[in-house]
Write a protein that binds this ligand. Structure first.
Ligand code: PGA
Length: 256
């Protein structure tokens, strides 16, 4: 029987990089070429918000996302950008709840409000969850459960197909590439995340929820995680600024 091919989602989170629009455009065109040759993969680039209008122009194969949105629709909030505004600027996706935003003050409640704003604005949402550390008593599992329950409780369940959950253990982000979690542990966490989603959305919807892994992904560990981690894709930080390595990850996912 022919194997059903999975369509992986590979997200590049550029964070506050690169410095110039010119460099951002160079990355965009390299990855646009790669995405065109990889119809089996959804490639999402998340540049800094100021680059969104230019980077989202004249793309046919790539998808573009923002890195965050505000929890409120509009108003006197200096320096903030609303979900509607990033959508207008060309974003189809947005990341929400990244650990770097949580460290800057986003609570589970704020994350839930941001998810609501993003869905309302018509964005697809990549929601990051992840524990700060792994203890032996399983407290980390409770933390993940709380993070998921916080946005699930207020979310319109018919919008569940618009969300993707990115599991990013905080202790594995921005570290050495041999720190990424093992495929077996990632597999276990995927099951746990879907089980938690099922508590509020039911099993059928939960099984369809896409789960990504992020945290010190490079080409070497990406191969193992995509093959054996039971994930629907990857959220890649530093290596998404490296044309050769990010392209290799896309290629691998496309041919798996
Ligand atoms: P990293 O970042 O791949 O550089 O660890 C991942 C992330 O923060 O999303």
């Amino acid at each position: 029987m022919a194997r059903t091919k999975r369509k992986f989602i590979i997200v590049g989170n550029w964070k506050m990089n690169p410095d110039t629009l010119e460099d951002a455009k160079k990355l965009r065109s390299a990855f646009e070429k790669k995405a065109k040759k990889s119809p089996n993969v959804t490639v999402v680039l998340c540049p800094p918000a100021s680059f969104l209008p230019e980077i989202s122009k004249s793309i046919t194969a790539l998808h573009i996302g923002a890195q965050d949105v505000d929890s409120r629709p509009r108003g006197a909030f200096t320096g903030s950008i609303s979900a509607r505004q990033v959508h207008e600027a060309g974003a189809e996706y947005t990341i929400i709840g990244h650990s770097e935003r949580r460290a800057a003050g986003d609570t589970n409640e704020v994350v839930a409000q941001k998810v609501g704003q993003a869905l309302e604005a018509g964005l697809r949402v990549i929601i990051c969850v992840g524990e700060k550390e792994r203890d032996t008593q399983g407290k980390y599992l409770r933390d993940i459960r709380e993070q998921i329950a916080a946005f699930m409780v207020s979310m319109d369940k018919s919008k569940l197909r618009w969300i993707t959950i990115a599991y990013e253990p905080v202790w594995a982000i921005g570290k050495s590439y041999n720190v990424a979690l093992s495929p077996a542990d990632i597999h276990e966490m995927c099951i746990y995340i879907k089980k938690t989603v099922a508590e509020t959305a039911g099993k059928d919807l939960a099984l369809k929820t896409h789960v990504l892994y992020g945290g010190s992904v490079d080409f070497e560990n990406a191969k193992k995680i995509l093959a054996d981690g039971a994930v629907d894709g990857l959220l890649v930080g530093r290596q998404s600024l490296d044309v050769e390595n990010f392209s290799n990850i896309i290629d691998y996912a496309s041919n798996l």
